[in-house]
Design a protein around this ligand. Sequence first.
Ligand SMILES: *Cc1c(COP(=O)(O)O)cnc(C)c1O
Length: 387
Amino acid sequence: MTPARRARQQALSTLAIHGGAREPEIDDPIVTPLVQSASYVQDVGTAEGLKYPRYGNTPNADLVQRRLAALESAEAGLLLSSGMAATACALLALLRPGDHLLACKWIYGGTIQLLTKEFTALGIDVTLADPLESRAWRKRLRKETRAIFIESPVNPTCRVLDLRPISVIAQAEGLALVVDSTFASPVNFRPLEHGADVVIHSTTKYLNGHHDMMGGAVLGTAPYVEEVRQKMMMWGGAPDPFACWLLERGLKTLHVRVSRQNENALRIAQWCSARKEVRAAHYPGLPSHPDHEIAVAQLSGFGGMLALELAGGGRATERFLRKLKLIRHAPSLGGVDSLISEPRHNSHAHLTPDERTRLGIPDGFLRVSVGIEDADDLIADIEQALH
Ligand SMILES: *Cc1c(COP(=O)(O)O)cnc(C)c1O
């Protein structure tokens, strides 16, 4: 192999299976062994190389961290025990009491509570900006601002933010741009290639993809990821080796899963948008979507998430949900099984109906996480439940 060929960046589908792996030796198992040990023999007379699961340096964590870094074109990555642990430690590594964080108001419900309740209690000022307002970001900058936090595509409305203008501001002002890219997965969007400094994932979702583990990830420069690791060690948000092992297995099929989910979601969104029982189908792949052009320019796939607003409001959604047979009513997303949920009863239950409506989540709003089942079967299930 010539050096030029070796240096060539491999495709995502290959990296999801081989990225970050060491050179194999004869008799190596193809599947990474699970090292479910909470302690490791240590060299005498030094703290060098000390291994402990809470430090995030055990064998199963190490490999997946390198693999995710390869998938996101990042220098380094860190796995944590949940998406929330990832967001908390990623931001704690950037912000001190007295600092200001500028966040988008369109972010995951749990993240809003983390920022407005926990971070403000630590003396970190948080502003939630409305991205629809003109000059929303620039207007709210302060001399104490240290970072900008956004999520795209947005949970649960499926809006897509244009990263370019925000990254231009962040760069000019020397701020860290942090992007929660959970909805996209690296198959559909790689924020570091569009000017972001830090990427966050709930690996519970697409990266694992099988509804059987919980985890989070932070990707960025090596010195920054080391700072996040220091926070994780102190606040106790490290992942269990078995969770890392399950994540590694799930990652191997990431590309085929997400490609199928992209196809299925588009089919379902197109079908639903033609039905009178559906007041609106929100999917970035539909030309009617307000951010369709941004999505075409920035994403490599429109995603497996869509939102439906039923014409009959809250009562129609209840009837509809009780009739579904294949698509199950459950929180969470990104896995091989199709799931549907009502944000007013889970992620956004802490808001009033008016506050939800202003966020684009009126009663009658359903979030659909499209799985990898046959699209015709999924559409048939939706059709019989709408009757
Ligand atoms: C689920 C989710 C989180 C939180 O992740 P957990 O693994 O549940 O802690 C954060 N951001 C987004 C966009 C999510 O969908």
